[in-house]
Design a binder for this molecule. Sequence first.
Ligand SMILES: [Zn+2]
Ligand SMILES: [Zn+2]
Length: 335
Amino acid sequence: RPQAGRMREFHQFGVECFGAASPAADAEIISLAKQILCEIGIKNIALYINSIGCSECRKEYSKALKEYFRANIDSLCDTCKDRLERNPMRILDCKSPADKEIAKGAPKILDYLCEDCSAHFELVKKYLTANNVEFTVNPAIVRGLDYYTRTVFEFVSNEIGAQGTVCGGGRYDGLIEEMGGKPTAACGFGLGIERLLLLMDAQQTAFPERKKCDIFIGSMGENENLKASQLATDLRNEGLAAQFDTVGRSLKAQMKYADKIGSLYTMVIGTNELEIGKAVLKNMTDGTTEEIELDGFTDKFQSVVIKQAMSGFESLGLEGIDINDILGGGINGNN
Ligand SMILES: [Zn+2]
Ligand SMILES: [Zn+2]
């Protein structure tokens, strides 16, 4: 029977990094997972790391493990009795409490790492430490899949039942070749959506707010609507969120809609605006308006936003705040 939040069918999202063999890549992947969890607002989550070495180190280790578990074979569960000769490392991953107890006394892979694997693991730890990523080396982390090499890790919470792994991953340098490709270094992680939601629920984490619309461009008439669509496309190409009317609302209804979606700015394109090539941009937060040229609109719009944001900083003494946080989208195509 699956544990809480551990469904037979589940969703996950993950990150895969191919072609990077350096320990810095392992640390980057782990840092990224941590940052995602932090930005969502997850607290009290432990990071466990381990190295399970390469096929070279595992030869000796496998021998030692078999020897150890053979001495305890009568106490092992049926699955693990079967695993003993085939793949004794999987016994370390068994969830049966009795087997877990036996596994505690088993030889540790870290004592069997070859020189290269050992050096790799030391560097992963060094990178994590240098970047303030707290971790605990836990020899019980072996991951359930055979294709892992060297680094393995899990982010674990004790707030969602006995098996609190929310995110797990590591390095799997042998996988691509095993599937018929060229030998390729690889590392990554998977993050279980259902388990993440369970944890967010347990911690009463607020869902992130949807990104607001930067500008709603109202329009009246076919040519005006066409212009609004072009302006919106240009803005989006620069990473801004822009909307215009596609359902034939009246101008009044369009403005009501812009207000409802919390658009930060609005502008209306009518026959006159098209003719003179200018329109009035309205800041929906403070109600101020400013005339703006439609030619090269995206750049001019961004200048106005920055200028208004800066004047806000001066009066509030908040210089140095990232402008991207205010604008929502990126400036000059960032993000
Ligand atoms: Zn090795
Ligand atoms: Zn077992």
